[in-house]
Design a protein around this ligand. Structure first.
Ligand code: FE
Length: 237
């Protein structure tokens, strides 16, 4: 199997390229507008044909590359059926699978960071978007965020997966590349709470600064404004 993790420095985010092998079909998870050339080079290197580009949620901190990579490669764009994004081609239901040559990614709806947040499970690899980060969880104070829903997504769904399940997040701010469900359960400070109320209080107390690009990135990612001509970088979570 091919798994490549592409780091976008300005937003500290990860994009994942997945394929069962050279010369086959590929899927991109959470592409960033600035990095389309990097993805196309990787696809060329492995002789892959991109068939799907998926966003795990509506991003507030950067410009999504979903539309641009579809224009460039002819792939189909996909997001959760709960998304407010108006330009996505395929809307995925909970439990549905994204299937391509020899690979199947199961969709798990995990609202909380955003109403449309979802994770993708490929055997024992879990692409967690901003629902579960390494040593953290996605903020729940942006439009549509819901800490109580995120508690249910984490404790009711993700932490019930086998401990050895690998966690591949959409962000990391300290250079860590992956973790496991077992490690997160034991070590993640946000997951040491005893109740939903305690988790909600913890998230409410964070008081994080607004993402720098939010006012431009959110409408662009929703499809309500044309994408910027010049890719713009920068932002937080
Ligand atoms: Fe996010």
């Amino acid at each position: 199997m091919i798994l490549r993790q592409v780091f976008h420095t300005a937003s500290c985010s990860y994009t994942y390229l997945l394929a069962s092998g050279r010369g086959g079909e590929a899927v991109l998870v959470d592409p960033v507008l600035d990095d389309i050339d990097r993805y196309v080079s990787l696809l060329d290197e492995f002789g892959l044909r991109l068939v799907r580009a998926v966003d795990t949620h509506l991003h507030a901190d950067r410009f999504s590359g979903l539309g641009a990579v579809a224009d460039r490669t002819g792939c189909t764009t996909a997001m959760s059926e709960r998304t407010a994004c108006e330009i996505v081609a395929l809307r995925l239901a909970d439990g549905e699978a994204i299937t391509l040559d020899g690979l199947s990614l199961r969709v798990l709806h995990t609202p909380g960071h955003t109403p449309d947040s979802m994770c993708l499970l490929l055997n024992d690899l879990l692409f967690t978007g901003d629902t579960l980060l390494i040593g953290g969880t996605g903020r729940t104070d942006l439009p549509g965020g819901d800490a109580a829903a995120q508690y249910e997504s984490l404790f009711g769904r993700l932490l019930r997966l086998p401990e050895a399940t690998r966690v591949y997040p959409a962000h990391d701010y300290r250079g860590r590349t992956f973790s496991t469900i077992g490690e997160e359960r034991r070590l993640n400070p946000r997951l040491q709470v005893r109740s939903r109320a305690e988790y909600v209080a913890l998230m409410d107390a964070l008081k994080l600064p607004k993402p720098k690009l939010m006012d431009e990135a959110l409408p662009a990612n929703l499809g309500r404004f044309p994408r910027p001509m010049q890719p713009t970088v920068g932002g937080q979570r």
